[in-house]
Design a binder for this molecule. Structure first.
Ligand SMILES: NC(=[NH2+])NCCC[C@H](N)C(=O)O
Ligand SMILES: [Mn+2]
Ligand SMILES: [Mn+2]
Length: 306
């Protein structure tokens, strides 16, 4: 990655797709944890574009299998437009979520940018969850459990067709890492769509190094790598500040290795940092950890390599 590359921070302060309130405070927690300063320290130019404005969370129960679908669509349109604008300007956009439903807008923009520029797309989905539910099988109606399905063409028309062509991505363009909570009906869909998943069982058996080697296989000079970093990917012992904790996630060293191996490809083109929920955090500990990991993602490595 060339160090002159400029970065755009895009705040999307909403918890519209989540089952707990508070991810709306994520962008500010990341700023307070020093995200922009840390990236500048790495020699990168950082433009904080501020926060997008979108509908408030009416906090209603789901209807027809979705909670707040209209508002979710509205937020995702804004995210898609903002990400698209920065990609067009040649900047590397970082979405500061916000809950993970925003991955639809973010990755739809990235996929379109790849089509327009003739790049291959590799999405690395770092998460405890597969986020492949539909309104038929969701246990919650929360759209943050559905973005990967929507991106693959399975979901409500307004999200599936957000960028005007469906599906936004092929299942073969995504790799999921750290997965350890997949709902019953979701499991069936994930198999049917042939998602490439490096779950905690794989990581236990073969190690994070092997999982990442596999996840990065085929990434070359023509590849745009998008990282969708759901902070609940991390073990809750080190990252309590999320709404949907699942025990048994990657520890600090494993998470660092993930980020370092992605950095080593030099192909990082865009990033989501989502699901950080300060209402569940302890003195912004999880926000600080997220910033620390993002530094590694942008090439802050061991003393040996610097
Ligand atoms: N992005 C997330 N944190 N997703 C959590 C999803 C939890 C659960 N699978 C659901 O669909 O409700
Ligand atoms: Mn997620
Ligand atoms: Mn998750």
């Amino acid at each position: 990655m060339s160090l002159s590359r400029s970065i755009a921070l895009i705040g999307a302060p909403t918890d519209i797709g989540a089952g707990h309130r508070g991810a709306s405070m994520g962008p500010e927690a990341l700023r307070v944890a020093g995200l922009a300063e840390a990236l500048r320290e790495r020699g990168l130019e950082v433009h904080d574009t501020g926060n997008l404005l979108g509908p408030y969370n009416p906090w209603l129960p789901p209807t027809d299998g979705y909670r707040h679908l209209a508002e979710v669509v509205d937020w995702n349109r804004r995210v898609m437009d903002a990400m698209g604008e920065q990609l067009k300007a040649g900047r590397l956009p970082i979405l500061l979520g916000g809950d993970h439903c925003l991955g639809v807008g973010s990755i739809t923009a990235v996929a379109r940018h790849c089509r327009e520029t003739g790049k291959k797309l590799r999405v690395l989905w770092l998460d405890a969850h597969a986020d492949f539910n539909t309104s038929q099988v969701t246990p919650s109606g929360n759209v943050h459990g559905m973005p990967v399905a929507c991106l693959c063409g399975l979901g409500p028309d307004a999200l599936v067709n957000l960028g005007g062509s469906s599906p936004a991505i092929q299942p073969s363009e995504i790799r999921q890492i750290g997965i350890r909570s997949v709902d019953q009906g979701e499991k069936r869909l994930v198999k049917e769509y042939g998602l490439d998943i490096y779950d905690m069982r794989f990581i236990d058996e073969f190690g994070m190094k092997r999982a990442m080697e596999k996840a990065l296989e085929g990434v070359d000079a023509d590849t745009h790598v998008h990282v969708s970093f759901d902070v609940d990917f991390l073990d809750p012992a080190i990252a309590p500040g999320v709404g949907t904790t699942v025990p048994g996630g990657p520890n600090y060293r494993e998470a660092q290795l993930v980020m370092e191996m992605i950095a080593d490809t030099g192909r990082l083109g865009s990033l989501d940092i989502v699901e950080l929920n300060p209402a569940f955090d302890d003195h912004n500990r999880t926000g600080l950890l997220a910033v620390d990991l993002v530094e590694s993602l942008f090439g802050k490595s061991t003393l040996m390599r610097d």
